[in-house]
Design a binder for this molecule. Structure first.
Ligand SMILES: C[S@@+](CC[C@H](N)C(=O)[O-])C[C@H]1O[C@@H](n2cnc3c(N)ncnc32)[C@H](O)[C@@H]1O
Length: 274
């Protein structure tokens, strides 16, 4: 099934359904393509993190998106809702978010009842989200480079402190629109952490995403990262996102004008060991 993934992905339509629509979320697009529907509902009372809100937030700190930090901000709350729903985030969950940016995805995660630990490299964006979510005790941001930070010890101490306050969440989840330039490093760091995370939902640039699910040894695209991913996970395709939903839009060739998101289901041990 995995070897047929790239062609299938390229032929799928962009998302068009409500994130709260369970028929989409229960659906595995690799086995049968989703039906397009215009049933768009958004029950949220939040003010949307759209283009104007994002620009306003960036202007408030005199910031421009930096390519070196992979700063392509999500302008569509429905996509954030779908990311959160894909990870089945619910009340009491602990979620790691890599690169909260202006906090649009963070907002949806907190709304879903999660406690969020965010790791943000850009000091200005870390300060921005710290201020934005100052009114909740379910948010913590660390201004660090995710690649260099001791994520295991951060997560363990969060899980422990949450456990002493309420029913202990056994595993945490990862939900993130990650900077494209560190995708492979993020995956290498997260996948061996099946003892901490139950689910990892990432929004990835299509080139990376395709590389990460192509498991056929016959293809020239096969790389060491594929062996790694196959050892630790079963990537699952969820939906694709037109690049028009980002600010600024990723400057990629026509072929790579989409961004894809995949879910990696983790178990306690590498599946090869189970
Ligand atoms: C693609 S943007 C996503 C922002 C936000 N989550 C959204 O969806 O709009 C990536 C974010 O990751 C941050 N970032 C870049 N490199 C990072 C790193 N090494 N560690 C942590 N955060 C990083 C950027 O500053 C930016 O805020």
């Amino acid at each position: 099934m995995k070897s047929a993934t790239p062609n299938l992905l390229q032929s799928l339509p962009p998302i068009s359904v409500s994130p709260r629509n369970p028929s989409l979320l229960a659906h595995n697009s690799l086995t049968s393509p989703p039906k397009r529907t215009l049933d768009i509902t958004c029950a949220s009372k939040r003010s949307p993190d759209d283009y104007h809100a994002t620009l306003k937030a960036l202007n408030s700190r005199d910031r421009r998106p930096r390519k070196s930090l992979g700063q392509h901000y999500m302008l569509n709350d429905e996509i954030n809702e779908q990311l959160v729903a894909s990870a089945n985030v619910e009340e009491g969950d602990l979620v790691l978010e890599i690169g909260p940016g202006t906090g649009s995805l963070t907002n949806v995660l907190i709304d879903a009842g999660a406690t969020v630990l965010a790791i943000e490299k850009d000091a200005h964006m870390a300060a921005l989200v710290r201020e934005r979510f100052a009114d909740t005790n379910r948010f913590k941001v660390l201004q660090e480079d995710f690649i260099k930070c001791h994520i295991r010890s951060h997560m363990l101490s969060m899980l422990e402190s949450m456990g002493s306050l309420s029913e202990k969440p056994r595993y945490a989840k990862v939900v993130a629109n990650i900077p494209f330039n560190i995708s492979t490093d993020v995956i290498k760091q997260l996948l061996p952490m099946g003892d901490i995370f139950s689910e990892i939902v990432l929004l990835l640039q299509d080139e990376t995403a395709l590389r990460l699910v192509e498991s056929s040894l016959r293809t020239s695209e096969y790389r060491p990262i594929n062996i790694f991913v196959n050892f630790y996970s079963d990537p699952e395709y969820k939906f694709k996102v037109p690049r028009s939903n980002f600010f600024p839009q990723p400057k990629v060739s026509k072929r790579f004008s989409y961004v894809f998101k995949y879910m990696f289901c983790r178990t306690l041990c590498p599946k090869a060991v189970l």
